[in-house]
Design a protein around this ligand. Structure first.
Ligand code: EPS
Length: 391
């Protein structure tokens, strides 16, 4: 698995950092595209005050020269504008004890990492946990994912997403396909696949906000142009379905992932679960349906890769939840400063970044290659072999 991604940084610390290793040399990185991806992650009806403070911008710090990758690790920084308000609390080397005490968090939020993380690291101030567990970290992944998308784009592979549901307002009409994502408007309030549902979704967010509540939902994320034969069936940890599952489950709030129409398939007979094989007009082998979401036994089968990720509601509720104050030991409501009512549209953008990372990794496994031109040429040869199979 040739690509590696590491991120670092706390939500209210000075900056986030992503290091993406394994990208071949010769890829042109368009900073406007990366900026647009970061802006997409910040967008969405129901985001909180933090998104008014930040204007996320990628600062390229390594691995590029003159806008082209060098083959060396790519380092991307994203400054936290809010750090200016938190220097006394979050400076990496010296904090002001009074300011840090004023921002101390001792009432863990059910659903967040607070309590489990405190138990793990022995933190007396749960801020030590929440600062890294915050979904702010996902900005770094979206920046790195944008580079992966550019690599995939050079290979003829596109990744997209859209919102299927917010709370109980669910899209039962739209097909779960890459094609269904063509209608998603990035400037719409919630990036819904079915625009007709947006008013009801917006109303659900308003209603939840009025009650101090939060909302989850689901997103469809898909890729087109993925050749058959990526991934592996031979070893559990190289199976691409498992790697996509892990990547999507790592997106903050995601608690379930479905590949293709597998929940429906699990309830019916085999004859309604699988994608029958036929010859297309050009003689190539193809499928009549795509219930498997483009993946069979951990290997892509040439159909679009299709997944649905389900997000739980954000765990910072204005109304709070029952908790215990770790300082006093007494029952208390969970802490609240500010939060989003929902971040499901952003969840789709982050899911795209993670899917792009896994697919780019899988492409590089098949092609190898230190240079982009080799990757592109070898993938084209791979596609041709697959097209002519079994000849
Ligand atoms: C986020 C930044 C955070 C939250 C949100 C996502 O900023 P702050 O904590 O300063 O309000 O808005 O994080 C969460 C919802 C969470 O539970 O961690 C961001 O940049 O996306």
């Amino acid at each position: 698995m040739p690509l590696r991604l590491t991120t670092a940084g706390e939500s209210h610390g000075p900056r986030l950092t992503a290091i993406l290793e394994g990208v071949p040399a010769g890829l042109t990185v368009d900073p406007d595209f990366v900026a647009a991806e970061l802006a997409r992650r910040q967008h969405g009806y129901g985001r909180g005050g933090r998104m008014k403070i930040e204007r996320d911008r990628a600062i390229f710090e390594g691995g590029l020269r003159g806008g082209r990758t060098l083959g060396s690790p790519i380092a991307i920084g994203i400054a936290n504008a809010d750090f200016a308000n938190w220097t006394g609390v979050m400076d990496p080397l010296s904090v002001d004890p009074d300011q840090a005490a004023a921002r101390r968090l001792t009432r863990p939020r059910p659903g967040h990492a607070d309590l489990a993380g405190g138990m793990k690291y022995g933190a007396r101030d749960l801020r030590d946990v929440l600062e890294r567990a915050s979904a702010r970290e996902s900005a770094a992944r979206v920046a790195a994912g944008a580079v992966c998308k550019l690599l995939l784009g050079a290979c003829g592979i596109r990744v997209a997403s859209g919102v299927l549901s917010i709370g109980a307002v669910a899209d039962a009409r739209s097909p779960r396909s890459f094609a269904a994502l063509a209608g998603v408007r990035e400037d719409s309030p919630l990036r819904a696949i079915d625009a007709a549902l947006e008013p009801a979704m917006v109303a659900a967010v308003d209603e939840a906000k009025g009650r101090g509540e939060t909302l989850g939902g689901s997103v469809l994320v898909a890729a087109r142009g993925v050749p058959a034969g990526l991934g592996a069936y031979a070893s559990w940890d190289r199976r691409l379905d498992a790697r996509i599952g892990q990547a999507l489950l790592s997106v903050p709030s995601v608690k379930a992932v479905e590949l293709g129409a597998s929940i429906e398939a699990s309830r019916g007979p085999g004859s309604l679960a699988h994608d029958e094989i036929e010859r297309g007009p050009d003689g190539t082998l193809r499928r009549r349906t795509n219930r498997a979401g483009g993946l069979e036994a951990g290997v892509t089968n040439g159909e679009d890769v299709v997944a649905v990720a389900y997000l739980k509601p954000i765990s910072t509720l204005a109304r709070g939840l029952d908790s215990v104050d770790l300082e006093t030991g007494a029952a208390a409501r969970s802490a609240y400063e500010r939060s989003d009512v929902t971040a499901v549209p952003a969840g789709g953008v982050i899911a795209e970044a993670m899917l792009a990372f896994v697919l780019a990794d899988a492409v590089l496994e098949v092609t190898g290659g230190d240079r982009l031109e080799d990757v592109v040429a070898r993938l084209a040869a791979h596609r041709e072999r697959v097209r002519r199979y079994p000849a």
